[in-house]
Design a protein around this ligand. Structure first.
Ligand code: ATM
Length: 242
């Protein structure tokens, strides 16, 4: 069930492993056209303006090797997409190769320094796209993800949710390879994200993305402010839902 903002205050307890780690790892997830990249950027700027050390990054990408994989993965005009299309397993291998570089060379060092990392997509995208979308069994993916990320999981995930038809309408750039998949694929991906949000209700917060960018930014700031003033000091996160 799609969880929308409500008048509740919810406490999020960090896992023991995360609470021993410095920094805060926030990920933004959602289907194409959900506005998550705009929101990730706005959030990073806001937090920087408040004096926090922030690393804003994305997946696939975030490192030279990762950006090279991204280019290969998404460009629809590469000749081989017609003659030698990616298998679902190849998609997973590419995503995890990029993620391993990202985690080891960028994310873990930044978190070790106590930075707030804001990452536009992470492992939930692999579960949603390659798992729910392409049909690779989730236990297989979960095991591979744990291996490739050295067990790094986000502290907080914002899932920007809206109907697929609205997302595809709002897409502003040229369609990449996955954007060109049929609507049914994107429906499976959306459903996958919502299922993950249900399964990880303490970590994944579903945000109604069918609102103005300004309203959503304001909402995120209101959610995060108590978390930052209190949560980072005590290592217990408190998110107030408005
Ligand atoms: P952005 O458009 O959000 O930058 O994401 C790039 C694409 O990569 C996105 N495609 N669409 N539509 C989702 C896809 N992707 C995966 O399929 N698996 C992954 O693990 C990740 C991180 C991204």
């Amino acid at each position: 069930m799609h969880r929308v903002a409500s008048q509740q205050t919810q406490k999020i307890a960090l896992k023991a492993s995360a609470s021993r780690r410095k920094g805060l790892f926030i990920t933004c997830e959602g289907i194409e056209g959900s506005g998550k990249s705009t929101q990730a950027r706005a959030l990073a700027r806001y937090l920087q303006s408040k004096g926090w050390q922030v690393l804003e990054t994305r997946e696939p990408g975030g490192t030279p090797v990762g950006e090279w994989i991204r280019e290969m993965f998404l460009r629809p005009d590469r000749n081989w997409h017609a003659t030698d299309p990616f298998t679902p397993e190849c998609e997973v291998a590419l995503m995890l190769a990029a993620r391993s570089q990202h985690v080891v060379n960028q994310l873990l060092p930044a978190l070790q320094q106590g930075a707030i990392v804001i990452c536009d997509r992470f492992s939930d995208s692999t579960l949603a796209y390659q798992g729910f979308g392409r049909g690779i069994p989730l236990p297989v993916l979960q095991r591979l993800i744990r291996w490739a990320t050295r067990g790094l999981t986000p502290d907080v995930t914002f899932l920007f949710d809206l109907p697929v038809s609205r997302g595809l309408q709002r897409r502003w750039h040229d369609a990449d390879r996955l954007d060109r998949e049929p609507a049914a694929f994107h429906q499976r991906v959306r459903k996958g994200f919502l299922t993950l949000a249900q399964q990880h209700a303490r970590r994944i917060h579903t945000i109604n993305a069918d609102r103005s960018a300004r309203t959503i930014s304001q909402h995120l700031i209101t959610l995060l402010e108590p978390l930052l003033t209190d949560g980072l000091r005590t290592r217990r996160l408190v998110i107030k839902r408005l």
